[in-house]
Design a binder for this molecule. Sequence first.
Ligand SMILES: [Zn+2]
Length: 362
Amino acid sequence: MLDTPDHSDILARDKALTLAALAATSWCARGSAAVPTGGTLVERAMLAASWASRARRSYGLPALSPADLLACLEQPVSDWLPDGGAFNLVEGGQPTPICQDLADDAGTSPLAEIEQRIIRDVMRHLLGRADGAAAYTAFRRFLVEHAHAESSAAAAAAQSVGVEFAQVYSHIAPAAVIARGKQSEFYPCPRCRWPMHVHGTLVSCHRSETCLAAGARFDLSEASLVGLGALPPPSPVLAQGKAALRPGIWRFTVLPGLEELDLERRLAAIDGATVMLWPFVDAYDLDVRRGEARWRIDVKDHSSAVSLARHLNDRQVTETTWIVVPDRREAQIPVLERLVARDAGYRFASSSEIVRRVKEAA
Ligand SMILES: [Zn+2]
């Protein structure tokens, strides 16, 4: 029990992390005119401390008080929450991007709303066009494969589905640009291709927990990048004439899209399987058929199983939909099975498990 946490430990860690991220955003906003009040901060810190204490107990660690928890916010999460992650929730008195994302996942994220509005605009524009479904899939695939792009190619892709270039792409963020003589360059993340953030000598895909965990962290003390993780250093790209996806599109289209494309590739390789990616009018990601069998698949790459479960409970479906999580999030499945209402219409599998099921279907 001390070294292999079970579902309830994962659940406790997940809750502790989300609540700590909410407490951290309140903590950083204290004294400002922004919404969180002292009451909210105290309440969030108490809840986060109580869930963190539960998660720590199975590792034989002492409980945390709300004050202990607030004092830990500027340390790596795994220092106070076992297996919680190597990132900080607060840096220099400000919530880190990952902290902000965790807090956003817990409520309604303005970034998610922007992304959904653009996807709705695209669908409205394509509705009734004979090639609408193909154009929609091609556009989404372009976005997932081009977190940065030649501005002209990005403009053409946006125009093909009737949206403005500026709704989807923007210039390369100054925090990603490095001046070299008269030229400006950036380093794309080797996993998602979005321009990496530069902070001192650290160059990293700092908003994506998944890219960071894969090794998208590099040192720039010398003239070229040195890897700090498993990913090889990328070559620099000239910033002139390039555009990068807006943060909401990158986060809610590209990050899950990388998983969706990978699963599409694995399923399409199965003999006799047909795979449709992003069916035009339906709200799921992959439609898979093999013989008489059919699977509606929604790929979910959320850091919090608890907020994902809440989202699914709020959005029940009439036809069975498979929620597929990346293999590295396999531990979320028993949590989802327990938290999502049985009659909500969902079944759960990891990527490898759904590939196996499609292979084995007669
Ligand atoms: Zn990345």
